[in-house]
Design a protein around this ligand. Sequence first.
Ligand SMILES: *[C@@H]1O[C@H](CO)[C@@H](O)[C@H](O)[C@H]1NC(C)=O
Ligand SMILES: *[C@@H]1O[C@H](CO)[C@@H](O)[C@H](O)[C@H]1NC(C)=O
Length: 219
Amino acid sequence: MANRMIYFTLGFFLLICCYTHNVMAYDPDPLQDFCVADLASKVVVNGFPCKAPMAVSAHDFFFQGLRQPGNTNNAVGSNVTAANVMQIPGLNTMGISLVRIDFAVGGINPPHTHPRATEILFLMEGELFVGFIDTNDTFFSKTLEKGDVFVFPKALVHFQQNVGHENAVAISGLSSQFPGVQVIANSLFAANPPIPDSVLSKAFRIGQKLVERIKAKFM
Ligand SMILES: *[C@@H]1O[C@H](CO)[C@@H](O)[C@H](O)[C@H]1NC(C)=O
Ligand SMILES: *[C@@H]1O[C@H](CO)[C@@H](O)[C@H](O)[C@H]1NC(C)=O
């Protein structure tokens, strides 16, 4: 009898642990139909405070900004156009958002992470080489054809490169209203204030002159 009680108690705590862990790992669930972000509010909370429900309209759930391709005439040959809570206040507390990614021929969406979201990419046009690296440094990659889907698990480093002979365009869903992005090269070589050369030199096992040359590329 006492044994059963112990197993029961253990099981109960395991359940609570798993449940709590799961809840903490994603954007919090909504506690009402919607909580349209009041982006102008001075109140600082996790996410945004809700607009008064009477002031909410269809416009708060609508966005035309993905109609046009982003301009890919830049150093990486790609452009990510976001459709998250900053563009669509109705996404506040919904745990979901989109991006449109345009690629010139040879363009790359360079290695980056989304600290708060898993990403599921749908390739609408073109051909992409995509991949992510797990915490064991295993590289998972695929070449995608038009219509294919690939998943980038939450917070893992990933990239996409256009390996086709025409422009490519993809749409990604992300499991956060505001996934966040850290582009690895920029974080390290274009930080403000700069990361000391000595740190990057030791980390990359290269001379400080080379660190300076890389940093100069990001000016
Ligand atoms: C992405 O495209 C938009 C719209 O054309 C443009 O305003 C923006 O500067 C571009 N971003 C980059 C990084 O090229
Ligand atoms: C991590 O990588 C090593 C070496 O490639 C492999 O032996 C090990 O099974 C991997 N572990 C996991 C959890 O993938």
